[in-house]
Design a binder for this molecule. Structure first.
Ligand code: IMP
Ligand code: MG
Length: 176
């Protein structure tokens, strides 16, 4: 399958994503009980994951978004983070869960965790649909929920893009 100028092949099926999202939802309902958490989705990549995950949550919660970019259309991290939407929700004393599409080098996650920590939330954790353990360059103790650990492939689909294409795909694909 072609996305922009690159060839991709299936990695994770939509049905498996759906199943895993349900499991994470059950876990979050249990872990956050009556604490009225704030879920912070990281745009653009996490929009489908947040939408599907939030439908599994049956405890009182809030949902908001921030927007960061680090890839600039390539297939490897530039290690530079662009902060596109500043975070305006007051999270002081709140239980915060950041929701990411993927943790690759972990630079984006580290940056956002440290930025939000400075606002003194009661707790802050990270939930990522995908994790590339072999690419991780940062210690991220806050990463408590992971959908799938994947090898060091470049992936698209289910919100993730290559050159802004492929976000609409129901399955997740890896670069051939
Ligand atoms: P990190 O800062 O290196 O962990 O990269 C995090 C961000 O880069 C993610 O939130 C994604 O937006 C993007 N990214 C990392 N790996 C991939 C990939 O395989 N496909 C598409 N986007 C990716
Ligand atoms: Mg992202």
């Amino acid at each position: 399958m072609k996305v922009a100028d690159l060839e991709f092949e299936p990695l994770i099926k939509a049905g498996d994503i759906e199943k895993r999202v349900k499991e994470i939802g059950i876990q979050l309902n249990e872990d956050y009980g009556n604490s009225h958490p704030v879920f912070v989705g990281v745009l653009n990549g996490s929009f489908l994951f947040v939408a599907d995950l939030i439908k599994q949550i049956d405890i009182p919660c809030e949902v908001t978004f921030t927007k960061l970019a680090s890839y600039y259309g390539g297939t490897s991290s530039t290690r530079k983070i662009r902060d596109d939407i500043d975070f305006i929700v007051d999270i002081k004393g709140r239980d915060v869960l950041i929701i990411e599409d993927i943790v690759d080098t972990g630079n984006t996650a580290r940056y956002l965790l440290d930025k939000l920590k400075a606002q003194n939330p009661a707790s802050i954790k990270l939930c990522s649909l995908l994790l590339k353990p072999a690419a991780l360059e940062n210690k991220i103790d806050e990463l408590k929920y992971v959908g799938f650990e994947i090898p060091n492939h470049f992936v698209v689909g289910y919100g993730l893009d290559y050159k802004e294409m492929g976000r609409n795909l129901r399955d997740i694909y890896k670069k051939v």
